[in-house]
Each structure stands twice: as C-alpha cells, then as structure tokens.
Write a protein of this length. Structure first.
Length: 244
C-alpha cells in the first residue's frame, strides 16, 4: 500500500475555515475555500448563488452527482487531515483500502480487515461490495475520526441540507491545484459543511463535522489513476496477531 513521503503541506488555513463554519455564513465558507486569490466580488457572488429549500437540495444533489462520476474508478488519493496527518485512499471497486499513520482499513466483498501498528495485527470482519454507513463509521474510527470516506461525506451533505431552514451556496473554486465545484451547506442551527469535487468526480476538499459531531478537515494532496500492487493485502498478512 502506498505511503506518503515527507511532510504534507496544507493549502487551506484551518483556522479560517473553522471560524467560517462556526459563524455559519455560507458565503464566508465559500470565500475561504481553496488557495486561490479572491476578488472584491466573491462575497456578493456567493450570496447570489445561495438557495434554500428545493434549490439548496438541488445544489447538493449536483455535487453528489459529480462524486458519483468516480464511483467505479480505480485510483490512489492522498489526503491531508487536521494537524497535517495523511490518509491514503486506494480503490479498485469492489476493493477499497484506507491507511493512516497507525491503522489501515481494508474492504472487499469477501472480508474486511482492521490493521493496527501497535500492537501489530489485523482483525478480520465480514466484507461488503461497497462502503455502507456502518463501514464508513468503522473506517473513520480506525483513522482517528478526522477523516471521512466519500460515501460518508455525501451522506452528511444530504442529511444537513434536508434539515428545515438549511441553505446551500455553490461556487467554482481552485482547490488542490485545479478547478472544482464547491458547495457549502449551513443548517438553521449548528455548524455548516463545505465539500469540493473536481471534474473527474474526486473529492478534493471537505470541512465540517462527522455524524457524531467531531470536526473533520481534509484536502487532496496527491492523486494517481493507479493503485500499488499490494494495496489491498493486509500488512504482513497478519490476522489476529498470528502470521498466515
């Protein structure tokens, strides 16, 4: 399984985004997204693209449709999370692998494995054809809670925009070195979410909260349309602390 080399540089200031989310201002969230420079019209343009009700739902659905474009794709993506930690995502459906610094979660139709470095070993569990809500929660927990699989990001966006009084703001931004469609969702009460998807359907940015309420901040740092030869094999083929 591929490992990121060297320190991972975050291009988005976490403090700015966290402040925008706390304020609950959709236009401010969009304005904070990505490293590109902003014009004096950014705020007004964001506000003109803000919708409620059915319009907000349509904005989020458009983003989710974009994510669906990479559902069957094979790729490896490296995400920076809060504090600079990296998570490597490899997928070649129906096989998926998620690796952080201290743990990895491997999912295939036949079986799933949660592998840790301390103590070293892998625990098997039933597999699945895709990432279900329960699998997404297990993946996030294994990686410390600061990362969400794409499926969980989509579920969070859909759940928040469905709340009464929620509003959504969309904008085209430059994120992770390329153009992306970004949508910010702000509920009537509570913190908002921001997700950005590029033209290939790859999630390039997400800031907000997980289902349990813990903060999540992740940005794409590197991408490849390939996976390593052994990306979906348990490290050292250790199961229940016993070499196979």
């Amino acid at each position: 399984m591929p490992r990121p080399a060297g320190p991972v540089r975050r291009r988005v200031a976490a403090a700015v985004l966290a402040g925008a989310l706390a304020l609950g201002a959709a236009g401010t969230i969009i304005a904070s997204c990505g490293p590109s420079k902003q014009s004096s019209n950014t705020q007004s343009n964001a506000q003109s693209n803000t919708h409620r009700g059915a319009g907000a739902v349509q904005d989020v659905q458009r983003l989710l449709d974009g994510l669906a474009g990479a559902r069957d794709s094979t790729y490896t993506a490296v995400y920076a999370t809060a504090g600079g930690a990296a998570v490597v995502v490899a997928q070649a459906p129906p096989q998926y692998a998620y690796q952080g610094g201290a743990a990895a979660y491997l999912l295939a139709p036949e079986s799933a494995y949660l592998c840790r470095t301390a103590p070293p070993g892998c625990q098997p569990s039933p597999g699945a054809d895709g990432v279900s809500p329960s699998q997404a929660r297990a993946i996030s927990a294994a990686l410390g809670g600061g990362f969400l699989p794409v499926e969980a990001v989509a579920a969070r966006m859909a759940a928040v925009v469905a709340q009464p009084g929620a509003r959504a703001t969309r904008a085209q931004r430059t994120v992770a070195g390329g153009p992306a469609e970004c949508v910010a969702v702000v509920p009537a009460v509570g913190s908002g979410l921001l997700a950005c998807v590029n033209g290939a359907g790859i999630l390039v940015f997400f800031a907000g909260t997980a289902e349990a309420g813990n903060p999540v901040h992740m940005e794409l740092q590197r991408f490849s349309a390939t996976v390593a030869p052994h990306a979906f094999e348990p490290p050292q083929l250790i199961v229940n602390d016993t070499p196979r």
